[in-house]
Write a new protein. Structure first.
Length: 364
C-alpha cells in the first residue's frame, strides 16, 4: 500500500491531467451542448403548453383537458350527463321574433362557423354537416376582401376565385337549409378590391387622387357613399333570398390612416355609424338581422345597439369578462347579442352566444 503522501501526489497528478487545457475545452463544449439541449426542451415545453391552452376547460371541479373527439362529462345536481362539447347543448332552432316594425328580440346562438379555409375541404365539411345537430346556427364566410364571391351571385360584376367551385357551396347552403339551420353569412363591408376598381369614385382617396390600399393589398370603399350603401343592401337582400337569416359584416369601419384624404364635420366613427344605421333601417321591417364583427375595429366600430349582434374572435378565455364589460355593456341582451367565435373549449365563453369551428383549424 502506498504511503498517504505518495497516494495524494498521484491523485493530484491525475486530477491535473484530467483538467489539462484540452480537457477543459472539451468539458466546456459538453456543458454548452447540455445547456442548448435544455434550452431547446424548454422552448418545446412552452410551445406545447401554448398549444394545450385551446383545450383547457374551466369547470366547477377545476381545470381539465378536453381534446377533439372526446365527450365531456357534465356534473349536475342529480346525475351525470354526457354531451357533445363542440356545439354545446342541443338547442331548438334560434328564432328572430319581430315585434312591430323595428324591434327585434335576439335569442342566444349556439353553433359553428365555416371559414374560407374550411370551405376548401368540402368533403370534410360535408361529413361534418351530416353529423351537425338540426337547427344549429351556422356562419359561413361567403366573400373575400378582394371582391370574390364563394357562392353563385347574380349581383353585377360578381365573380368567384380562380378554380373555385361555387356550386359546391350552393349545395352546402341547400343542405344546411334542409337541416333547418339558422344561416349566417359573414363578409367584408368596405374592403372590396373589385367594387372599388369598378367604381373608383366611391373608393377612399389619397391626396393625389389615387385609391388608398390597406396592408393586405385591398382597396376600401367610402362608408358615406350612397352607391356603396346600396351595394351592401343589395348583397343582404340576395343572401336573404337564399335563406340566410343574419348577415355579419367585418371591416365595417372607416380606417384611421392619415394618408386618406378626409374632410367632414363628422368623425370617421360617426360616418361608419351612420352607414350601419342606414343598413339597419333598410331591413327594420324584415326578419333579417344585420350584425357586425368588431374583432379588428375595437376602438372605432359603429355605435349601433338595437337588433344587432357583435361578433368577436378570441381564444383567450381569461379575457371574456373584460371583453364583455367593454363591448356588451350597452347592449340590451349581452348573452344573446355578444357572440364569441372560438376554438377554445374554455367554458367561460358559454355565458354568451357561441360559435365554434366546424372543422379543427390547424396553425400554418
Amino acid at each position: 500500500m502506498l504511503p498517504d503522501r505518495q497516494a495524494a501526489h498521484l491523485t493530484g497528478g491525475l486530477f491535473l491531467r484530467i483538467f489539462t487545457y484540452r480537457n477543459r475545452g472539451r468539458l466546456k463544449k459538453a456543458a454548452i451542448i447540455v445547456l442548448l439541449c435544455l434550452l431547446a426542451l424548454l422552448i418545446l415545453l412552452i410551445c406545447w403548453m401554448q398549444y394545450l391552452q385551446r383545450y383547457l376547460v374551466y369547470t366547477e371541479d377545476g381545470v381539465q383537458l378536453q381534446f377533439p373527439g372526446e365527450t365531456p362529462t357534465v356534473q349536475t345536481d342529480n346525475n351525470t350527463l354526457s354531451g357533445e362539447f363542440v356545439t354545446g347543448d342541443p338547442v331548438a332552432p334560434p328564432s328572430i321574433p319581430v315585434s312591430g316594425e323595428t324591434e327585434k328580440t335576439l335569442l342566444p346562438l349556439s353553433g359553428v362557423y365555416l371559414s374560407y379555409e374550411m370551405l376548401q375541404s368540402m368533403d370534410q365539411v360535408t361529413a361534418a354537416v351530416e353529423a351537425l345537430e338540426d337547427g344549429s346556427a351556422v356562419m359561413l364566410d361567403l366573400k373575400s376582401i378582394y371582391g370574390s364571391y364563394y357562392y353563385t351571385s347574380s349581383l353585377e360584376g360578381a365573380s368567384a376565385p380562380q378554380d373555385w367551385d361555387t356550386q359546391a357551396v350552393d349545395a352546402l347552403i341547400t343542405e344546411l337549409r334542409r337541416k333547418s339551420c339558422y344561416l349566417i353569412a359573414r363578409l367584408p363591408a368596405f374592403s372590396d378590391n373589385a367594387f372599388a376598381l369598378a367604381h373608383q369614385s366611391e373608393g377612399l382617396p389619397l391626396s393625389n387622387g389615387a385609391l388608398w390600399m390597406d396592408a393586405e393589398g385591398s382597396y376600401w370603399l367610402n362608408p358615406a357613399s350612397e352607391t356603396v350603401q346600396t351595394h351592401l343592401k343589395d348583397l343582404c337582400s340576395e343572401l336573404q333570398r337564399k335563406g340566410f337569416r343574419e348577415i355579419v359584416f367585418y371591416n365595417f369601419y372607416f380606417p384611421e390612416s392619415a394618408n386618406i384624404s378626409y374632410s367632414s364635420d363628422l368623425s370617421r366613427r360617426e360616418v361608419a355609424t351612420a352607414a350601419a344605421q342606414s343598413l339597419l333601417d333598410a331591413f327594420s321591417s324584415s326578419s333579417l338581422v344585420i350584425s357586425l364583427d368588431i374583432t379588428d375595429c375595437l376602438d372605432n366600430y359603429p355605435q349601433v345597439t338595437e337588433g344587432v349582434r357583435r361578433y368577436l374572435f378570441s381564444e383567450d378565455g381569461g379575457s371574456v369578462t373584460s371583453l364583455a364589460s367593454s363591448y356588451a355593456a350597452d347592449l340590451a341582451s349581452p348573452e344573446a347579442q355578444l357572440v364569441f367565435c372560438t376554438a377554445s373549449r374554455d367554458t367561460r365563453f358559454e355565458d354568451y352566444s357561441l360559435l365554434r369551428p366546424l372543422l379543427e383549424e390547424t396553425a400554418d
